[in-house]
Design a protein around this ligand. Structure first.
Ligand SMILES: O=C(O)COP(=O)(O)O
Ligand SMILES: [Mg+2]
Length: 238
């Protein structure tokens, strides 16, 4: 599956769209945020899973930006609320508060993800989780779904100066794992993971069922694709 990089010493896994289907959590928290912004009795925009699937993956700020653009385009908040930049900090606070409460309630571990993690651990590979969602939310979600025990490190979008698709988070995660990027497999679902991995010099494997901004994932530059993380058993030869 990774013909250019058959030997690996560790793996880094993305979270949203790769290990856990979190679109339900995102949509619920965002709709509560939109209700807060609209105020009582006002018409409000709503978002659904499909919309979130196109916007998610570049961290909370980017997601809120997309949602506010969508809401403001509907012009339901009146002239006062039309200033996106002014609304952003309040929206972000509201969203993070709601997400913290909802975290995990409408989320599901993808079929095969647990088997894949077990296969990697059977090979004795140290594992890190590297996501663009805030570290606190990532840790709480992994714990709630019983996946935290697989990882020696969990880093979120606030852990480093820049987020994926910048290669910095991958380089830093390799440092924490004590492995060379060329021997550290990145497993993700989107262009953010693929581009960050390429730039960091990590081999990259992409799942085909995640969220890639509504674009076909197989068009991305990667070393391999899997329809389920259960296929890792074959890929890493556990
Ligand atoms: O953008 C986010 O919040 C999460 O994205 P990721 O887990 O796919 O990195
Ligand atoms: Mg992802």
């Amino acid at each position: 599956m990774c013909p250019r990089h058959p030997e690996i010493d560790a793996a880094i896994l993305d979270l949203d769209g790769t290990l856990i289907d979190t679109l339900g959590d995102f949509a619920a928290a965002l709709n509560l945020m939109l209700a807060d912004l609209a105020g009582p009795g006002m018409a409000r925009a709503r978002v659904d899973r499909a919309m979130v699937g196109r916007w998610v993956g570049k961290g909370s700020e980017h997601l809120i930006h997309c949602v506010l653009n969508h809401a403001l385009a509907l012009n339901e908040y009146g002239q006062e609320a039309m200033k996106l930049e002014a609304t952003l900090p309040h929206a972000l606070d509201s969203y993070q508060r709601h997400y913290g409460v909802i975290n995990g309630q409408y989320a599901m571990v993808f079929p095969g993800a647990r088997d894949g993690l077990r296969a990697l651990r059977r090979r004795g590979l140290p594992l890190a989780c590297l996501t663009n969602k805030p570290t606190a939310h990532a840790r709480a979600l992994l714990h709630a779904k019983g996946l935290d025990g697989f990882f020696s490190h969990v880093f979120g979008g606030d852990a480093f100066e820049r987020k994926k698709p910048d290669p910095l988070p991958l380089r830093k995660t390799c440092e924490a794992l004590g492995t060379a990027p060329a021997r550290t497999l990145m497993i993700g679902d989107s262009s953010n993971d693929a581009q960050a991995a390429r730039a960091a010099g990590c081999p990259v494997l992409l799942v085909t069922y995640g969220y890639n901004h509504g674009e076909p994932v197989r068009a991305l530059d990667a070393d391999g694709f899997v329809d389920s993380l259960a296929e890792l058993e074959r890929v890493v030869g556990a």
